[in-house]
Design a protein around this ligand. Structure first.
Ligand code: HAM
Length: 445
């Protein structure tokens, strides 16, 4: 039965001055009617990712805070402003995970996954925490679907991560999702480009916004993705990274684009796309919804990170990955009016009259479950009128009516809710009769 069919009972009056509780700012509850989206998304990603050889990894929600300082980057917004930090009773400095990648790499190094055949392909799903200013599409507790391919520098794996997210969008029925893509080079070509960038901004620094003045000193690449109007105007003649890639990065990027052409995945070359996390090298990408919906932010993003594993104490191991925000994905599904079947769509409503019938009714209800016949009932209701009304409201076309007499006779009444026609049958024939009547469309999932 859909949650909206439950009847909300009246509450006793609240004593004066009693504190009421709300979910913390930027967090929310996922109610039963909403679960349709979550189940469908999880079912889809699981099917697609398992098929492509990804194994699920669950890492703790808490990690050593230093892991993010080192991996995500000291001057990133996530580390500087958004981490939920606390000291455990034992004095450890812990953080609620703001992203998956550092924890997954920590597990890869700690749990001996580096001894497996490479690339090691892992996916994760779960809540993340960032102390952000809550607004449309931006929460303090949100969820991501995350992919990592560890131990491959092959272009095919950059394309695979992008392709898999596209497959998920398509499987869910989404249209009009734009892929933005760029290359931010490697340790060879990026330092040279940084110098060019600093040279360009040197005489313009005093006209930059406060954030960009800080970026100018700490992380000049991020000057390129500022959304401030004046800063955007200042970008007019900025040197483009793509013109300054070393030969290896240039060839790599060109091959990624050729791969995407072959896969018929359209892309937008976005030269100001640099991503807000420090570990990226070479390919970076983001998925954006069309038009108005872009206001909620990117649906997802990711890229290559060829130095992170060594930086965290492992061997030189290239990797690539990406993450999608589940809340933003659901907002997009709703915006595009994409609907999914309810998790359970009852085909019969069991009406019980009197104590004896209620007890027998419980048994019949379980028999229906075992026979895969989706059913609904209201065991707390007595009147036949109320129960039939509930069946009607839930648009259930068949009612099974069980009264005291039927219990004693071992029978049950099958009522067609559209015509009102009724037939009394033996209880031990019920499943057979229902299966025939429901014309083998027993459960519509
Ligand atoms: P990210 O761009 O920080 O990347 O996050 C990926 C996606 O998570 C975003 O595009 C957005 O959809 C969603 N997201 C981020 N913050 C919020 C928020 N406050 N509220 C709602 N949704 C949000 C990463 O996290 C990288 N670890 C992805 C990656 C994996 N790169 C390589 N491997």
């Amino acid at each position: 039965m859909r949650f909206s069919h439950y009847i909300i009972m009246s509450q006793p009056a609240k004593p004066k001055n009693q504190k009421t509780f709300q979910a913390p700012r930027g967090t929310y509850d996922i109610l039963p009617d909403e679960q349709i989206y979550w189940e469908k998304i999880y079912k889809t990603i699981k099917e697609v990712f398992l098929f492509y050889g990804f194994g699920r990894i669950d890492t703790p929600v808490i990690e050593d805070a230093d892991l993010y300082v080192r991996a995500t980057g000291e001057t990133t917004d996530i580390v500087e402003k958004q981490m939920y930090l606390f000291k455990s009773k034992g004095g450890d400095s812990l953080a609620l995970r703001p992203e998956f990648t550092p924890g997954v790499i920590r597990a890869y190094l700690e749990d001996g996954l580096s001894a497996l055949v490479h690339p090691v392909k892992l996916y994760s799903w779960g809540p993340l925490f960032r102390y952000e200013n809550p607004q449309t599409g931006r929460y303090r507790q949100f969820h991501q679907v995350n992919l990592e391919v560890i131990g491959s520098k092959a272009v095919a794996n950059d394309a695979e991560v992008i392709q898999l997210f596209f497959v998920v969008f398509r499987e869910l029925g989404l249209k009009a999702i734009n892929l933005h893509i760029n290359s931010i080079g490697c340790s060879e070509c990026q330092p040279h480009y940084r110098k060019l960038l600093l040279g360009y901004y040197k005489n313009r620094a005093d006209r930059l916004c406060a954030d960009c003045r800080r970026r100018f000193r700490q992380n000049p690449l991020r000057l390129l993705d500022c959304k401030d109007e004046h800063c955007i105007q200042l970008m007019a003649g900025v040197p483009q990274m793509i013109d300054h890639l070393c030969e290896e990065c240039h060839t790599h990027f060109k091959s990624v684009l050729e791969f995407l052409d072959e896969l018929e995945i359209p892309y937008i070359l976005n030269q100001s796309l640099v991503r807000g996390l420090d570990y990226y090298t070479k390919t970076v990408f983001e998925f954006w919804p069309d038009g108005e919906q872009a206001r909620q932010g990117a649906l997802g993003g990711g890229g290559r990170y060829d130095y992170l594993i060594k930086f965290l104490g492992g061997k030189d191991t290239p990797a690539v990955g990406g993450g999608i925000g589940v809340e933003r994905l659901i907002a997009q599904l709703k915006f595009q009016a994409i609907k999914f079947h309810p998790l359970i769509n009852p085909r019969v409503f069991l009406v019980q009259l009197g104590e004896l019938a209620r007890r027998r009714g419980f048994k019949i209800f379980e028999e229906l479950r075992k026979a895969n016949i989706a059913a609904a009932a209201a065991f707390s209701k007595d009147s036949i009128k109320t129960q039939l009304k509930l069946a009607d409201r839930a648009e259930i076309k068949m009612a099974l009516i069980l009264g005291q007499q039927e219990v004693l006779d071992g029978t049950i009444i099958v009522r067609d809710m559209t015509t009102g026609a009724q037939e009394t049958i033996k209880q031990d024939k019920l499943i057979l009769v229902l299966k025939k009547r429901l014309a083998k469309k027993i459960i519509n999932q």
